[in-house]
Each structure stands twice: as structure tokens, then as C-alpha cells.
Design a protein around this ligand. Structure first.
Ligand code: NI
Length: 174
């Protein structure tokens, strides 16, 4: 049995990144909305309400979580690009996933939100210089985070959650 919680393994990053790696991670983020859309295509309401693993989020919560998370990531990019060492605001992703919008919003709205968000984010990153990727913010718990590391993290994060859904579908033969 594979690791249900970390189907593609845990995130790891060794600085410094190369321009080739960053180009690939940006491409990963450019493809993430279509990959998430494909991963959930054709699922019924009952299937969307199924946890991807015992004790885990439902598929619906995963779909709404990805833009919640990536909106925060996008804002952290913009803060680091426009301020010197900004302190960013963490958020309680588990509590966000329990808010009523996660239960009551059609998944299509979050799939579209992710597409439009990534269209902005990818344009921003494609225009960044090598030096811009060394700009950083301060996370109150995780310390200093460079934008190259944050790029690598969210490239992983999109694939991580897509794999939660595709592995659930494989196991259940959906
Ligand atoms: Ni996540």
C-alpha cells in the first residue's frame, strides 16, 4: 500500500535552484488547474463527498483547499517582491476547510478560480529575474522562506493534492 497521505512523497528542496528547475516548476503550476479539473471530471456528488483517505478531507474539501492555499501563496509572492523581508500571515487551513463556503460552493467555482489565479501567478513568475527568486518573506513559524523555495513548494503542493484524488479513484476503480 502506498502512502495515502503523501502519494508523491513529502516536499523537499535543496537550494540553490537552477533556472531549468524553476522553469519546470512554473510549468507545473501552469498545468495544475487543468490537472485538478481532469482529476475530478465525472465524479458524482457522493464521490465528491468521500474522504480521500480515512480521516482525511473529502474530495470536495481538497478541491476548495487548493485555491485557498494558492491564493495565500500568490499574495506571499507579491509581498516579498514589493517589501523588504515582510512577515506574512499564516492561516489555519483545517479551519478554512470547515467553513460553509467549502461545503456549499460548487466545485466548478474553485476550479475556475484556480485557473484564473494561476494565469496571474504564472505571468508574474515568468517575468521574475533570478535575483527576484532569492527575495524572501518571514513565516512566523517556519522562518525565512525564499521565493525559489516557495515556487518549489507549490509546484509540489498542486501535484500532491491531484494525486490524493487520482489515487482514490484508482483504489475505488472510479
Ligand atoms: Ni495542501
Amino acid at each position: 500500500m502506498g502512502n495515502l497521505r503523501f502519494p508523491i512523497g513529502q516536499f523537499s528542496f535543496q537550494p540553490p535552484s537552477t533556472a531549468v528547475q524553476r522553469k519546470q516548476w512554473i510549468a507545473d503550476l501552469a498545468e495544475a488547474p487543468a490537472n485538478l479539473r481532469a482529476a475530478v471530471a465525472g465524479l458524482s456528488e457522493a464521490q465528491l463527498n468521500t474522504p480521500y483517505r480515512d480521516g482525511g478531507w473529502t474530495v470536495r474539501q481538497v478541491i476548495h483547499h487548493v485555491p485557498d492555499s494558492h491564493m495565500n501563496a500568490y499574495i506571499r509572492f507579491k509581498l516579498a517582491l514589493t517589501e523588504n523581508d515582510p512577515i506574512i500571515k499564516p492561516y489555519d487551513e483545517g479551519a478554512w476547510a470547515e467553513l460553509s463556503d467549502t461545503r456549499d460552493t460548487p466545485t466548478e467555482i474553485s476550479l475556475t478560480l484556480l485557473e484564473t489565479l494561476h494565469a496571474r501567478w504564472v505571468r508574474l513568475m515568468e517575468a521574475m529575474s533570478d535575483a527576484d527568486f532569492l527575495k524572501q518573506f518571514r513565516h512566523p513559524e517556519r522562518g525565512v522562506v525564499t521565493l525559489e523555495m516557495n515556487l518549489a513548494l507549490y509546484a509540489w503542493h498542486g501535484k500532491h493534492h491531484v494525486a490524493h484524488i487520482t489515487s482514490l479513484r484508482e483504489r475505488n476503480k472510479w
